[in-house]
Write a protein that binds this ligand. Structure first.
Ligand code: AHG
Ligand code: MN
Ligand code: MN
Ligand code: MN
Length: 332
């Protein structure tokens, strides 16, 4: 393979030119996310050396114990976005409500809102397993000049203008879409530059990996139990391989490269599953669809769900198209 040579910076400039009316705001937004991601990457990499492992001592609005890195990444992404005056509002898994951003001129004149999961898979930090960051971008609905409102954040996922994730893995990657396919960039840590390493990523049409927290089996709906048994059956190209990291970003990234399905269903313990529609499922669904895969709640397309609250949870079936369709058959 030849060495990738186009940098993320060059890629952004080249693609911004393709949008005739672009003001460059979205490009600047992606730019500040890649910058914040580099800083978080640096912290994640040395987490074992400094006092940033472990619990922060508080719970977030979702009732989860916050890890120190959850709090750190949240603060860093928010500060970076606010300081650059490129968004009019931010919502985060770690914040109780949305944040209204006004420029130094107090004008509320930026057009995008960002929703994010600053650190995904945070229970994996202490054990040196890959974690991630997820972001989702919408154009505001309220008129420019006014403070943002809840309705700017409660838009269905099909209105996203961009979405992406960063994976702090064996190497650090930024993968994102603006609705024209999906591209992956790998960070060269020696020089702090991301290079286009995975142009035009495509989800394999089918695969042989299923990813689900099977420890919760007894609590799963019958359709999910039956689908798991189907995955384990000796027939055709089955049994499939079971792979579950417990970091959504890593689990989906792997399945996008290799082919597979990820499921976080509802259960008798969690009525709507665990994953958050706005910070996790919508951005991942946008990326997965842009790569030719499929994402649903077992019945409906994720991107068509009208959100009703910021921290809403939703069952998530996502991955190779034919595998998700098969799982949906079992849910009927
Ligand atoms: P977060 O760390 O942002 O709260 O997300 C955790 C999520 C997701 O990353 C992962 O896929 C899932 O929780 C794992 O949940 P279980 O431990 O219940 O399997
Ligand atoms: Mn969390
Ligand atoms: Mn998460
Ligand atoms: Mn998180």
């Amino acid at each position: 393979m030849t060495q990738p040579h186009q940098t993320l910076g060059e890629f952004i400039i080249e693609h911004q030119r393709a949008f005739k009316y672009s003001t460059g705001e979205l490009s600047r937004l992606i730019n500040s996310i890649r910058l914040a991601a580099k800083v978080v990457n640096h912290e994640v990499n040395k987490a074992g050396l400094v006092d940033i492992l472990g619990q922060h001592g508080e719970t977030n609005i979702q009732g989860e114990d916050q890890q120190k890195l959850d709090v750190y990444a949240n603060k860093l992404f928010i500060e970076t976005l606010i300081n650059r005056e490129i968004v009019c509002g931010i919502a985060s898994e770690e914040e109780d409500s949305f944040i209204t951003v006004q420029g130094h001129n107090k004008a509320h004149d930026n057009k995008y809102v960002v929703l994010m999961d600053p650190l995904d898979g945070s229970s994996n930090i202490d054990v040196n397993v890959s974690v991630g960051t997820i972001f989702s971008v919408y154009r505001r609905i309220t008129p420019i000049g006014q403070p943002v409102e809840m309705k700017d954040f409660l838009q269905p996922g099909n209105q996203q203008v961009a979405a992406g994730y960063i994976i702090y893995g064996t190497s650090t990657m930024l993968v994102y879409t603006t609705g024209h396919g999906v591209n992956g960039f790998t960070l060269n840590p020696a020089i702090g530059t991301y290079y286009l390493s995975n142009p035009n990523l495509k989800f394999p049409e089918t695969g042989q990996i299923y990813s689900i927290n099977e420890g919760n089996y007894v609590h799963f709906p019958q359709g999910v139990k039956d689908y798991i048994k189907y995955c384990q059956e000796e027939k055709d190209n089955r049994p499939y391989t079971s792979r579950y990291i417990g970091s959504l970003v890593s689990d989906i990234h792997r399945n996008m490269i290799k082919g597979g399905i990820y499921i976080y269903p509802k259960s008798s313990k969690v009525a709507n599953g665990k994953l958050r529609l706005l910070y996790e499922c919508n951005p991942m669904a946008f990326i997965v669809e842009q790569a030719g895969g499929k994402a649903s709640d077992g019945y409906r397309r994720i991107l068509d769900i009208q959100p009703t609250e910021l921290h809403q949870r939703v069952p998530f079936f996502c991955g190779s198209k034919t595998m998700v369709e098969k799982a949906e058959e079992f849910m009927k």
